[in-house]
Design a protein around this ligand. Structure first.
Ligand SMILES: [Zn+2]
Length: 203
């Protein structure tokens, strides 16, 4: 580190300079060219002030947030990548801690979990049904390997757009008596629950 006097730092337009000598509190650190104050002293001072005035600071922050309601939302919108990356990193480094936290939360909030999953089911009924159907088809080995991304999209779409009162049905059942159909878009149809009941399994 270059040793210099404040006068020189000001002349060179530097924000900080280094004297190599300890400050009155024995820090050997950079000093601010503006007032010659040791940086470590300044940080310590700010921290002490913040601690002493934490209520005051919180009030100011709250006031500011209320005055700028869109700031946080906009910031989130503009920094999605950053937030995602941070979250991924955090999860990677704290996966055990987090999974324990979730497990505990689920155990301690059964009512909230119930409401949450009911809401989720209602909002994403089609998606949930599509996933359940896939699981069932996988189990029966009726999901062909050659299904493309587009096929999967079509299948999901079929479940998501299923009219109220209807069910997605496999035209040739996945587990028919004689032949078994595949979990593919071409083998899907919408049936009313009653029709589905009467359809039986004659394949
Ligand atoms: Zn100092």
């Amino acid at each position: 580190m270059v040793i210099m006097k404040r006068k020189q730092a000001l002349k060179d337009g530097l924000k900080h300079y280094f004297t190599g000598k300890p400050c009155i509190r024995d820090h050997i650190a950079n000093r601010s060219s503006k007032d010659g104050v040791c940086i470590e002293c300044a940080v310590a001072h700010t921290r002490k002030w913040q601690m002493k005035n934490s209520d005051h600071n919180e009030a100011i922050q709250k006031m500011w947030r209320e005055g700028n309601p869109d700031y946080e939302r906009n910031w989130r919108k503009n920094n999605l990548e950053k937030i995602r990356k941070n979250a991924t990193n955090y999860y990677k480094n704290n996966s055990e801690k987090m999974s324990n936290w979730y497990k505990n939360w689920y155990k301690n909030n059964p009512e909230k979990v119930k409401v949450q999953s009911a809401t989720y089911r209602k909002m994403f009924a089609g998606k949930v049904n599509a996933r359940t159907a896939k699981r069932r088809a996988d189990k029966l080995n009726r999901t062909p390997m050659w299904l493309t991304k587009k096929d999967w999209k079509n299948i999901d779409f079929f479940y998501e757009c299923c009219p109220t009162g209807c069910e997605v049905d496999h035209i040739i059942p996945l587990n028919g008596k004689n032949i078994s159909g595949l979990h593919v878009p071409e083998n899907l149809q919408w049936l009313t629950k009653l029709d589905n009941l009467h359809k039986g399994n004659n394949f």
